[in-house]
Design a protein around this ligand. Sequence first.
Ligand code: NAD
Length: 294
Amino acid sequence: MTQIYRSIVVVGAGGKMGMRISDNLARSDFNVHYCENAPEGQQRVRDAGREVAGIEAVIGDCDLLILAVPDIVLGKVSEALVPQMKAGATLLTLDPAAAYANLLFQREDVHYAVAHPCHPSVFLERYTKEEHADAFGGVAATQSVAAAFESGSDAQREALEAVIRVMYAPVDEVHWITVTQLAYLEPTLVETVTCMFGTFMKEALDETVARTGVPQKAAEAMLYGHIQIALAVAFRSTNPFSDACMIAIDYGRENILRDDWKKIFDQSELDKVIARMLKIDHVRRDAPSLESTT
Ligand SMILES: NC(=O)c1ccc[n+]([C@@H]2O[C@H](COP(=O)([O-])OP(=O)(O)OC[C@H]3O[C@@H](n4cnc5c(N)ncnc54)[C@H](O)[C@@H]3O)[C@@H](O)[C@H]2O)c1
């Protein structure tokens, strides 16, 4: 396969994602340049044994520009950098919010893609200590990736997948979907619902200990084991919940969930949460959508 992405630039290389993907890209055969504007970020890049490049020196020849900067600055950063990209190059962001909200500076001769790590599954069979320790993914535990690349050719998508598989390695599957579908996965499914329930369970644990005098360790043991069994029963049907448990579940839904909770899947609600995350008044629907950039 032709390696279409010969030269790669990571912007924000000293940040959390920048460091993670750079650690993996640095071990590959790709020609990678690491750009970072904060002094402490630059120090992290150097401490990892990599050189900090000036963006002006590398952007003109870059085939793939990866923006690992905070989502709220993606509009401004893309405005400054996209005009300097060469025609036919690809801009890759790591979260769908800015692409969905049409905040990225648009050029017809530049391709736009998004790739978000799924993180290692709770059902992953882990064998080594390293796999067990790798909750985030990208180190030892296998994960999948959800990605969108709606304007590139099949060959470009294949070449981009090769880069994505290195960035987030070890990777089993890359799921190619649209930017809007990716936005329904994150934030709606995994942040609005799943991460919210994670924090909610922590709050319930704290409340149990504070209100009832149950020792912290006993409450933790009971909760952590039941998180595991609840997920196994609900998602894998390992065995049914008991009849009494089903009654308690119904009581919980009546008292904790709103009847209209599924409205979070209305696109107007997706627009609201993304606007809130990006700290903008509203999602721009009049600007050209990435999905129509072919
Ligand atoms: N942190 C996560 O767990 C996570 C997971 C998946 C995806 N993402 C996505 O990754 C992206 C980066 O998030 P993060 O959490 O790594 O952010 P971060 O704040 O940890 O790092 C961002 C880095 O970008 C640098 N930066 C900002 N503007 C720059 C510029 N103009 N030029 C060069 N460097 C610049 C900052 O100094 C910082 O080092 C976001 O799109 C985010 O949604 C993050």
